[in-house]
Design a protein around this ligand. Structure first.
Ligand SMILES: C[S@@+](CC[C@H](N)C(=O)[O-])C[C@H]1O[C@@H](n2cnc3c(N)ncnc32)[C@H](O)[C@@H]1O
Length: 421
């Protein structure tokens, strides 16, 4: 399951309640959540967690080894644009974006923002997300060899597990906040298992996902989102690799296809494409020189990372990055099989006003380079009105296929599949 390309986070379900009846009174509702802890079937989910832990440990060991051998070479910064900062921000935000597979949350929900807005990876969040208060922060080791069932390490000595509860709540009918739910549920977990609460250095992360009347209790199997696999140099609108993968899959790439992202930014789409569809040739470009530089740096980081692996990318990846203007692409007419692109929403990049000129020009130029009859495009935008208008004038070039609704950092966006006429 860790190899699934379009999944951000993995967790094992302890129990799911489709229609949980929350009491109206806050104290009663929280008391019910507390009481729930001892009624849940924890045994098998904890076995899955243990199994996952042992697999994860092997993976970490390998990772550490690779890191050691490349540590001195990982200095690919552009203009002091460090690798850590944006990435860290993105991970913080993505913790809040708990709607699996990026599906748009139901509108009209209670929306408590507990973390600040930043990048498109999850900046404008609509869900409430808190972790339980950690009273004691333990200093003991990571406990990755600890068995959840018997509370002992593999060496046999007693070892207390550390845990935290993360509550993701969406809905306007709850009398409590996610923070209160996480705190009280967490307190009961602590009492039930005799584990210790630790917000940062935890062994087990218990998830309490509340969506209106639906409650899912789970145990996390991933520490950081799986979308953070390719990018080291982030930009203001870096797309999740998981969403990039879904977009690429939508146009069903075939070996030898030429795939173009004409507005690639930091390169999330073409890098995912070149990694997952290495038998295609990928060309990407952007008119912003800094974006092109970041994309190039991301490719370099990936190549360095894979240097010591016997992977298909050890000899390079089938991807070229060019600085260009989408309105005047240096590509032959009808030479491209697939276009996959994340267009400026007009919020962080460009403006809604500029999109009225940009979108028709984009569709026209994309239509020129794409092979008539078989060519296809998958385009992501949140500026749906402008896109629809531009497309309505291009009926002779593009035929609209499927539309997939996606949540991009809390924004309701659309992925359009277009077929070249
Ligand atoms: C939404 S961002 C793409 C983000 C990208 N998917 C990533 O992962 O970083 C849109 C990109 O379009 C680029 N762009 C805007 N106008 C353009 C133009 N006329 N020609 C080429 N690129 C353009 C912007 O510089 C920006 O990087």
């Amino acid at each position: 399951v860790h190899r699934l390309r379009s999944v951000d986070n993995l967790f094992v379900v302890v129990q799911e309640f489709k229609d949980y009846q929350f009491k109206e009174n806050k104290e009663d509702a929280l008391k019910d959540l507390e009481d729930l802890v001892k009624k849940l079937p924890w045994t098998n989910p904890l076995k899955v967690w243990e199994l996952n832990n042992s697999l994860k440990k092997k993976k970490t060991k390998r990772k550490k080894h690779n890191l050691q051998s490349t540590a001195s070479k990982e200095k690919l910064n552009d203009d002091g644009e460090e690798e850590g900062r944006d990435q860290k921000d993105a991970s913080k935000q993505e913790d809040c974006a708990q709607n699996a597979a990026g599906v748009e949350p139901v509108s009209g929900q209670d929306t408590e923002k507990t973390q600040g807005a930043a990048s498109r990876n999850g900046g404008e969040e609509e869900e409430d997300n808190e972790q339980s208060d950690a009273k004691d922060e333990l200093q003991a080791g990571s406990g990755s060899e600890t068995k959840a069932g018997d509370g002992k390490t593999s060496e046999g000595e007693a070892k207390v597990l550390k845990f935290r509860v993360t509550c993701n709540r969406a809905g306007d009918k709850h009398s409590f906040t996610s923070n209160e739910a996480a705190r009280d549920f967490g307190g009961a977990v602590q009492e039930h298992f005799q584990w210790k609460a630790d917000m940062t250095n935890f062994d087990v992360e218990v998830l309490l996902n509340i969506h209106n009347n639906e409650v899912v209790v789970g145990i996390a199997l991933t520490e950081e989102s799986l979308h953070r696999r390719n990018i080291t140099h982030f930009g203001p609108t870096t797309l999740r690799s998981t969403l990039a993968y879904g977009m690429l899959r939508l146009c069903d790439p075939q070996p030898t296809d030429i795939i173009v992202d004409p507005m690639c930014g930091t390169g999330a789409i073409p890098i995912e494409g070149a990694t997952e569809w290495p038998s295609c040739y990928h060309i990407a470009g952007d008119n912003n020189p800094q974006a092109v530089k970041r994309a190039a740096n991301n490719i370099c980081s990936l190549l360095k990372k894979n240097e010591n692996k016997e992977s298909s990318t050890s000899l390079g990846i089938p991807l070229d990055i060019v600085q260009w203007d989408i309105c005047n692409l240096p590509l032959r007419t009808g030479s491209v099989d697939i276009i996959v692109s994340d267009m400026p929403f007009g919020k962080r990049i460009g403006s809604k006003k500029k999109n009225w000129d940009l979108y028709p020009a984009c569709l026209m130029e994309m239509g020129r380079i794409c092979t008539p009859g078989t060519g296809r495009a998958v385009l992501l935008t949140q500026d749906k009105k402008c896109f629809a208008k531009a497309l309505s004038r291009m009926g002779h070039i593009w035929r609209k296929g499927q539309t997939v609704w996606v949540n991009v950092g809390g924004l309701h966006a659309a992925v359009y599949l277009l077929k070249r006429t």
